[in-house]
Write a protein of this length. Sequence first.
Length: 267
Amino acid sequence: MKEQHKHTKAKKYGMVIDLDKCTGCGACMAACMAENNVSFKKDESDKLLSITWMRVYKLTNGKKFPEADICYLPRPCMHCEGDHGHAPCVSVCPATATDYSHETGIVSQIYTRCFGCRYCMAACPYHARYFNWWDPVWPDGMEKYLSPNVSPRMRGVVEKCSFCFHRYQLAMDKAYIEGRRELEEDEYQTSCTQACPADAIIFGDLNNPGHAVTQIAKPDHKHGGRPMNPNAFRLLERLGTNPKVYYLSSRRWVRRAGDNYIKDERG
């Protein structure tokens, strides 16, 4: 069964996020919400009920001035591959509402299949999935703001980052009309990548040695895509989820925090 998915031109789209460049401005979050019709409430103070496909976290090294240091960490969906060719969320979904694409490496979410059991939310170690507790309410005139390429989600379903997959479909349609089968690196880019003023987010095909993500992260495909760049890391690497989002930092404490190391006497 696994052999039928093999394809010489299979893609694995992923990201490299440079945490030394990220200023925590939140432009990626705003762009993501606008691009993907992410709903919001009048009161967004309850973060347990808010929906943010891309969320920026603030990390500190826990030291006092002058050794204090801060890092901002954007967290989209990791689009895990796992040890068996799919993500943890895909394994537990009884409705096959979420699936792993062997053509693109993207973990999809089919809203019309989802019945809200939230098993995927429990399985995701990155808290990248959100449950819709309410129907979206758009102010008058907001229909002009909504993107026609992304369907708004109804109450009772789970949603998450899709790497702006509709942009991939539009780019492939354009390439097909032009008689091409392959995309150039800049033809398919996520909204957060384009919106980042610090150029901290880089997006591309991890299977393409000519793309910047591959050149920076240097993924070792023989060992689950682990980065060979000494400054690159992935969140919770020890879990074996093989995420396609790589982080870059020259600071050791940031890299250790990415795998949730417990502080001990050795630091």
